[in-house]
Design a protein around this ligand. Structure first.
Ligand code: PLP
Length: 343
């Protein structure tokens, strides 16, 4: 199969239209067969549930080429089950988990020419999502839904090495207690846009959100979970019912314990403890770990000892081990690397 003629390493994180996307519709209480289509546009009624009341949930994962030339995805079963949790919380029908995996396999195989080669640092980003598609004006769940997976090639997250970022403690909240912070819903992002635009305007890369009830505990950023390393080498990650359960963070916790023999604590993390931490990173599919060098709390600077030039040593070890597992350089736990057959 011939690859597209693209300068993979110069790609950013933006939408590039690929050849195929997967579409399945839910109507009269059942999902249809599902098809691949070349049509990138969606025609919706003006009153569709998603347009009026934001009834939509999504996922994000990557397809990429391993060192030995296979096309794979990383733990897509966890995306399937998280999408199920998200759908249930917004009163949407569940897209069956086995069909989710099948749809991922089909759409990646159809777009194999768009999967960047090993070593380019680029990947094919997959965006599964579903939304209420029939007209809804009284507030209630839609009766009809569409599930889609679009693919877009994205460039290496770190161009020229991982540079630590500076974040601020946000005055805005991301998720209410007992709200929707734990599901991957567009609505959590809509309300974060003002906070991120104002953070960028003030020269910060990201927002650190605190728990809205007490404003004393670290939650997460707009799209990534926190991982801290203590001065005695323990990995600490915040536990809260309003954090989105990152697949990257869960994988890193396993790697820390089982591959690196580190002690890991998943617990509430007070903002007041952060000045005592040695390292800090943000975990998510896009970057795996993005190192944090400085956290600004209303003018008060918390400078992580790992500094502003490179990842801290433990963060780096975690990063290299997980990316090694993903790329096939280090043996993966069973089921983590899901091969896509391309014929
Ligand atoms: C998607 C997401 C993450 C990262 O999850 P991964 O499964 O690791 O990609 C973290 N926080 C929020 C709010 C997210 O939406």
């Amino acid at each position: 199969m011939e690859k597209k003629n693209i300068d993979w390493s110069s790609l950013g994180f933006g939408y590039v239209q690929t050849d195929y996307r997967y579409v399945s519709n839910f109507k009269n209480g059942a999902w249809d067969e599902g098809v691949l289509t070349q049509d990138a546009n969606i025609v919706l009624n003006e009153c569709a549930g998603v347009l009026q009341y934001a009834q939509t949930v999504f996922e994000g994962l990557k397809a990429y080429t391993t060192e030995d030339g296979r096309i794979v995805c990383f733990r897509p079963d966890l995306n399937a089950s998280r999408l199920e949790d998200s759908a249930k919380r917004l009163e949407m029908p569940v897209f069956p988990q086995d069909k989710f995996i099948e749809a991922v396999e089909k759409v990646v195989a159809a777009n194999a020419a768009w999967v960047p080669p090993y070593g380019s640092g680029a990947t094919l980003y997959l965006r599964p999502y579903m939304f209420g598609s029939n007209p809804v004006i009284g507030v209630k769940p839609a009766d009809e839904y569409q599930f889609r997976i679009l693919c877009t090639p994205v460039g290496p997250y770190f161009k020229g090495g991982a540079k630590p970022i500076t974040i601020r403690v946000s005055d805005f909240d991301r998720a209410a207690p007992h709200g929707t912070g734990h599901i991957k819903a567009g609505l959590n992002y809509a309300m974060s846009l003002h906070a991120i635009v104002s953070a960028h305007h003030e020269g910060f890369d990201e927002n650190m959100y605190l728990d809205p009830a007490t404003r004393t505990k670290v939650e997460e950023t707009g799209g990534a979970n926190f991982l801290f390393v203590t001065k005695d080498g323990k990995v600490v990650t915040p536990k809260s019912s309003s954090i989105l359960p990152s697949i990257t963070r869960r994988s890193l916790v396993y790697v820390a314990k089982e591959y690196l023999g580190l002690e890991v604590e998943e617990r509430e993390v007070l903002l007041s403890e952060v000045p005592d931490m040695a390292e800090c990173g943000l975990c998510g599919t896009a970057a795996v770990i993005s190192p944090v060098g400085k956290i600004v709390d209303h003018g008060k600077e918390i400078c992580l000892p790992s500094g502003m030039t490179e990842m801290g040593p433990v963060t780096k070890k975690l990063y290299e081990t997980l990316t090694g597992i993903q790329m096939g350089r280090i043996e993966a736990p069973a089921g983590w690397v899901h091969e896509i057959k391309v014929d």
